[in-house]
Design a protein. Structure first.
Lengths: 389, 389
């Protein structure tokens, strides 16, 4: 479908969301902020006061598309974009070349900075909406990691009824991508509302979700972006870089420190059959690494749009994939998904083919969509119901 | 003391914080961001890439002081400020007149937008630091308010050991100021670390803290700022405006919906002797109103730099102060504090005098400092140990 067709379907199915006035304030707006607004055709209208600026633009998705704003006599700049895909978008207001936040929108931590977010409503947004169902809790917890010597912050989702039930629950360790942090799955991902809704519909088992920061210690840098005019590096090279980053510190944080903290301080079922690990992009590469290295700890692995390029099942992941028979016996689920518009599509599809050829059983999801939270929310909604059944 | 003297004392007492290199990255920096930096004299150095901009400035505290940045040949702008007071500062980078966030710093919700924050280290910062003590939990919870018909988000601090102890705890309802929201006491205030540290030192009783959004429904606007060149309105007029805003919806949210939710879902001691309400600025005016109107619910009231101007104890707060004998019998604590550099100093001091004259017993704290989080953190550390003893 083209963007226009998707917008049309969204409008038909979701007339209420767009109200009668023809445009709505997205849920990502600051309370009372009149702009940005989403119009009936899912275009967005931005409006900014910057009367001393010479050139003001909207940069969608870190500049993947750009819209020049026009200045009116009152010093406000405004523009209406072409129709946008329903779902979550990052954007910036470029003021004379400086990428600024829109004062009308909430920000989200991405690409190692605080970035304005825009939630374009659509037909496929009920599953992560705040609906009239029992709600779980999103907790910030602090624990001491022996590995790093730090007091580290984590997010923990406990399902509805956790405080009163006295029951024990399985645990999903769920990781963000490069440039994000432990708040991503709560703030951008709405993991809690996705699970609240799935649990209320009896589609997923009540579970605990834990989010850590996947880059403990000094951050590594990804391969440098290509110089203007030069050829970009092959995508597989980027994917292999992330897949082969050792993540040893993070592995020890999870396997040595965090699991023990969670099992001590929460009512968990503390065995591999009730423990899953998943992540998106860099976090997908990490989930595979940590999961494959600790089959005694995890029976479920999920890789959402993962930064991987598995070309040799006998060698990649330090031999973690070298014994398909054992893997098929031990893993209750290996889930891999990628969107057709994702820049990582080719290496992930190649990884899938490598696993197929090696006879490693896995669920393969080839969806629409790019390398965006809109897709990862859907992946969580597909993955979570398959856990702990 | 002058700022330079405070900086000197801070350096002497806090040599470690500033490291050997002569400057440090404040805790408010994005991980790995080299700028901004705090220097030995507590000045801050900012550095920004904006090679197409014509004029770039640092605006401290919403423009209370301004520092022009200088452009170097590599397109970076930089400036070192005069020494800053230790504590938490809001700031913006003005790019050709547009107040933008600094990509190097975390943002905080204030003045109805996301604003860059800068934590200047000092001798008086241990009490809200992440230290090696047992840590409580900061929970985001969602509950249905009958008053507003919404599913509303709140923050709840549960003290160390809450999950395991089986004990019941007293509750402090603690509110933010105008233009902030329910995350303020967690993000800017570090309420959780302040209480963790007080509880570990046996200086405060373990307690639950609840933060709501003090402006349910459409926000009201404060009096318009004065036109350039015209006289600003008397401060007492601004304070009276906030004091007399009805806050009826918020009163019903707290007294009708929230207390019931908290007492049902958390292990509380559900009586007035184990319930306190406090707030800062607008939240201080609200705490007084709600506390005085519901003496059957609250035995402790705290007003931190409150937006109040009590001039007639027989009439103000709808007669809530008209019976000093009853108030003195019922209230276990009425706490009012204001900083000598606060723009609300005069009306709050007048309110104190009015209460004194009426014979209404209260703790009066006249501190140093302005209308800033640095002061409110200290107020919480003074107020909390007096509760539930």
């Amino acid at each position: 479908m083209t963007i226009k067709q998707i917008a049309l379907v969204g409008m038909l199915l979701c007339g209420v969301c767009l109200g009668q006035s023809g445009s709505v304030r997205p849920t990502t707006n600051i309370p009372d902020a009149e702009f940005p607004r989403i119009n009936r055709d899912l275009s967005a209208t931005f409006r900014i006061q910057a009367d001393q600026a010479h050139k003001v633009q909207v940069l969608m998705e870190f500049g993947q598309s750009t819209f020049d704003m026009d200045k009116s006599e009152d010093g406000y700049w405004s523009v209406t974009t072409t129709p946008l895909l329903p779902g979550f978008h990052y954007y910036a207001i470029s003021v004379d070349g400086f990428p600024a936040n829109d004062p009308g929108s909430r920000v989200f931590f991405a690409a190692r900075r605080e970035v304005s977010g825009l939630e374009v409503p659509g037909a496929d947004s009920d599953f992560f909406a705040i609906t009239d169902v029992p709600h779980g809790t999103l907790r910030r917890e602090w624990y001491v990691s022996k590995t790093t010597g730090e007091t580290r912050r984590i997010f923990v989702y406990t399902p509805p009824g956790y405080d009163q039930s006295g029951l024990r629950y399985p645990v999903l360790y769920l990781q963000h991508g490069y440039g994000e942090d432990e708040a991503g799955w709560a703030d951008q991902g709405h993991e809690n509302f996705i699970l609240d809704n799935l649990i209320a519909a009896h589609r997923a088992k009540p579970m605990i979700i834990v989010n850590e920061n996947g880059q403990p210690g000094p951050s590594f840098q990804p391969p440098p972006p290509p110089q203007a005019g030069s050829k970009p590096p092959p995508v597989g090279q980027v994917a292999r870089y992330f897949m082969n980053e050792r993540y040893e510190t993070f592995d020890r944080v999870i396997s040595g420190d965090l699991i023990s903290f969670i099992d001590t301080n929460f009512r968990t079922v503390a065995d591999r059959e009730h423990r899953a690990i998943a992540g998106l992009s860099m976090g997908g590469a990490q989930a595979l690494r940590i999961g494959l290295h600790h089959l005694d700890r995890f029976a479920y692995i999920g890789a959402f749009s993962p930064a991987i390029d598995i070309t040799d099942a006998t060698k990649d992941y330090d031999g973690g994939l070298a014994n398909p028979t054992r893997l098929n016996q031990r893993l209750r689920l290996l889930w891999i998904g990628i969107g057709s518009d994702d820049f990582l599509f080719a290496p992930v599809k190649e990884s899938h083919a490598t696993l197929e050829k090696a006879g490693i059983r896995h669920v393969w999801v080839e969806s629409s969509g790019a390398h965006v939270w809109t897709v990862w929310r859907r992946y969580l909604a597909d993955f979570a119901p398959r856990l702990f059944q």
